[in-house]
Design a protein around this ligand. Structure first.
Ligand code: 5GP
Ligand code: MG
Length: 173
């Protein structure tokens, strides 16, 4: 297995700044709750909210569906949001929009809890056929179907600390 860098640290930081300024202007004059989907979006969420440069309330949600590089297709919410979401504007921040099952389930959960609005911000959108009809309101980069690691994204717990994003490829030969 080898790592092929595909998005540099500079490109990530530049793009996160662009997303932050769009979000800042879209939510001007409104309260905003950012809910980060653990653990892959940790680095992205922290950089994003620092660049937002406005007051924001932050919470975390944890959903499991992936083991290694394959999904079992059944997201389960493990750490429900603790703050009262009724009537609030929520921005869900996730690392990757792939099949859409994870975000679809989270959006359903948030609507059940009476949010006034829910939008999605992802670092990466995969150009694949989605199992759930979900689109990202804010998306950093588009990818083909490749499995990637770095900047919070892991492969069985490893590589989250890389400051760039790399595709995981089998060894040649
Ligand atoms: P979905 O439910 O959209 O299929 O899956 C989204 C979740 O799967 C992401 O939040 C992420 O945790 C995980 N995932 C999808 N693609 C990748 C990938 O290429 N690399 C890593 N590390 N996780 C991924
Ligand atoms: Mg995730």
């Amino acid at each position: 297995m080898q790592l092929r860098p595909i998005i540099s640290e500079d490109d990530i930081q530049h793009r996160v700044s662009e997303l932050a300024s769009r979000i800042r202007s879209d939510y001007a004059g409104r309260d905003l709750i950012v809910i980060a989907v653990m653990k892959g979006s940790m680095f992205f969420m922290v950089d994003l909210i620092r660049k937002l440069d406005r007051p924001v309330c932050v919470d975390l949600i944890s959903v499991t569906s992936y083991r290694g590089t394959a999904s079992n297709g059944r997201p389960e919410i493990q750490m429900p949001v603790t703050i009262d979401l009724r009537g609030r504007h929520v921005l869900v921040v996730d690392d990757v929009l792939d099949t859409g099952l994870t975000l679809g389930h989270i959006l359903w959960h948030l609507r059940e809890r009476g949010v006034a609005s829910a939008r999605v911000c992802v670092l990466l959108t995969k150009k694949v056929l989605r199992a759930a009809d979900i689109h990202a309101d804010y998306s950093g980069f588009e990818l083909d179907g490749e499995f990637v690691v770095g900047y919070g994204l892991d492969l069985d717990g490893a590589y989250r600390d890389l400051p760039y994003i790399a595709a995981v490829e089998p060894d040649e030969g």
